[in-house]
Design a protein around this ligand. Structure first.
Ligand code: A3P
Length: 290
């Protein structure tokens, strides 16, 4: 397994299997029934995928298991040993409605999604927890660049020098387009606070109607504890040379505020000062920086 260097695409550092397939990714023609789940990595992608999948299958976990690939929603995101395919081939084999996951920032999402008026769910997570989660992920994912010491990683995060680029640009890009493109913009912290409310919000956005009982079942099946045990969700399907979960499990902690166990007061102060600058032009209601 090689930790390949990132390759910039229009200024955004991407993993090489994405950058090397860029022309076909940009030209991708989605079906109008396709649903996009977009996130900055480690913001709650898998959680949201699991909720959506269960909603589409009326809470039937067995039906979800019959999905065509163990790593669901493969768009641009296949973790197989190199050469890593882009996921486009697998998409062709999926039946509609396809749920397509991506970490691309808004400006790099293939324009066909918006031309076809596809629905899109974006999940954002507060910067500091997102950073900590990404740090552990980069330690365990042997195809990502080495994260190095935590202090240096904070600087890389602030500079957008990580795969998929800047967190700040990412959360802003989708926020600014959410009304025009009818994007459902969710927050990880809201999902933690009241998962039922957020599951119902997703249900309404998808024009689905499931019973209260099924909603309860979905909330239960998508609890951190249950997803940690679920091979459909915990990425145990990815071979250990790629994801070394002995270093850090994919389902690591699932908490709000874990950054407090990692940032020193000095690091936190520096980060907050930079955050103010980077976010001064926008008011996205993140609730949990402190
Ligand atoms: P931590 O590293 O903070 O534990 P993604 O799916 O975007 O890669 O995000 C992974 C992060 O979401 C991890 O965060 C993981 O534990 C957390 N997560 C996954 N499922 C969750 C759930 N059901 N409840 C809470 N957090 C969850």
């Amino acid at each position: 397994i090689t930790r390949f260097p990132l390759i910039p695409v229009r200024g955004v550092p991407l993993m090489n299997h994405i950058a090397n397939n860029w022309d076909s990714i940009w030209a991708f023609r989605p079906d109008p029934s396709d649903l996009l789940i977009a996130t900055y990595p480690k913001a709650g992608t898998t959680w949201t995928q699991e909720i959506v999948d269960l909603l589409l299958h009326n809470g039937d976990a067995e039906a979800c298991k019959r999905a065509p690939t163990p790593v669901r929603s493969p768009f641009l995101e296949i973790f197989s040993p190199p050469p890593i395919p882009s996921g486009l081939d697998l998409l062709e084999k999926m039946d509609p409605p396809r749920v397509i996951k991506t970490h691309l920032p808004f400006q790099l999402v293939p324009p066909g999604f918006w031309e076809n008026k596809c629905k899109a769910i974006y999940v954002a997570r507060n910067a500091k927890d997102n950073l900590v989660s990404y740090y552990y992920f980069d330690l365990m994912n042997q195809t990502q660049p080495e994260p190095g010491p935590f202090d240096g990683y904070i600087h890389k995060f602030m500079q957008g020098d990580l795969s998929w680029g800047s967190w700040y640009d990412h959360v802003k890009g989708y926020w600014l387009e959410r009304e025009k493109r009818n994007i459902l913009y969710l927050f990880y912290e809201d999902m933690k606070e009241n998962p039922r409310r957020e599951v119902e919000r997703i249900m309404r956005y998808l024009d689905l109607s499931v019973s209260d009982e099924v909603i309860s079942q979905i909330v239960e099946l998508t609890s951190f504890k249950n997803m940690k045990e679920n091979p459909m969700a915990n990425y145990s399907c990815v071979p250990s040379p790629v994801f070394d979960q002995s270093i850090s499990p994919f389902m690591r902690k699932g908490e709000v505020g874990d950054w407090k166990n990692h940032f020193t007061p000095e690091q936190s102060k520096l980060f907050d000062e930079d955050y103010e600058k980077q976010m001064k032009d926008i008011d996205i209601p993140f609730r949990t920086l402190i």
